[in-house]
Ligand binder design. Structure first.
Ligand code: GRF
Length: 193
């Protein structure tokens, strides 16, 4: 008997282009034997959430502004995830730092994507940081989430050159194209597909 498909959940806060790359890879079979069981956002009107609904996916808003305490918000997110029973949780532009308790609920099963070659340029505005440091290349990293920020075991990195005249915007675009390749590759790797 064929094994059950791997259950993927995606957490996002905004545009959702990485979510779309993952969803395309699932529907084309580039990520085989898998399904997206939940798309969840901490921002009620996130564009990515609308994209998920248009695809007919199970999309949830757990709006951060409705909760006065971070722990309560996280509990609500964990409740939605618990019902979806994911094998893997992909943070795709999810703009909240997960608490150690959240990470402990899914040890080794949460991935994040960051637009730099970690450990270089963690935190906010990594593309700007790379330009300001005079780096000649940058890229993106998909890593397993642990209790630290933008750290944890690296699964996939893809590199891009930094070109003369690059702006934060042009570099971000070049990196984003690689992000869309890196995330499906990383998911295949961690799911052993
Ligand atoms: C990406 O650059 C990702 O690396 C970072 O946030 C951005 C999200 O973009 N964590 P999108 O919402 O997937 O289009």
């Amino acid at each position: 008997m064929a094994p059950d498909p791997s259950r993927i959940a995606v957490l996002l806060s905004g545009r959702g282009s990485n979510f779309e790359a993952i969803a395309d890879a699932v529907s084309s079979g580039a990520i085989p034997r898998s399904e997206i069981v939940a798309v969840l956002s901490d921002v009620e009107d996130a564009i990515g959430l609308r994209k998920a609904r248009r695809r007919g996916l199970n999309a949830h808003a757990v709006d951060r502004r409705r909760f006065s305490r971070r722990a309560d918000h996280e509990r609500a997110v964990l409740d939605v995830l618990g019902a979806a029973r994911p094998d893997l949780i992909c943070l795709a532009g999810y703009m909240r730092v997960l608490s150690p308790e959240f990470v402990a609920a899914y040890p080794g099963k949460i991935l994040n994507i960051h637009p730099s070659l970690l450990p270089k340029f963690p935190g906010l505005h990594p593309q700007r940081q790379a330009l300001e440091a005079g780096a000649i290349e940058s890229g993106c990293t998909v890593h397993i989430v642990d209790e630290r920020v933008d750290a944890g075991p690296i699964v996939v990195q893809r590199r891009v050159p930094i070109l003369p005249g690059d702006t934060e915007e042009s570099l971000s675009e070049r990196i984003l194209e690689e992000e869309h390749r890196a995330y499906p590759e990383a998911i295949r790797k961690v799911l052993g597909l």
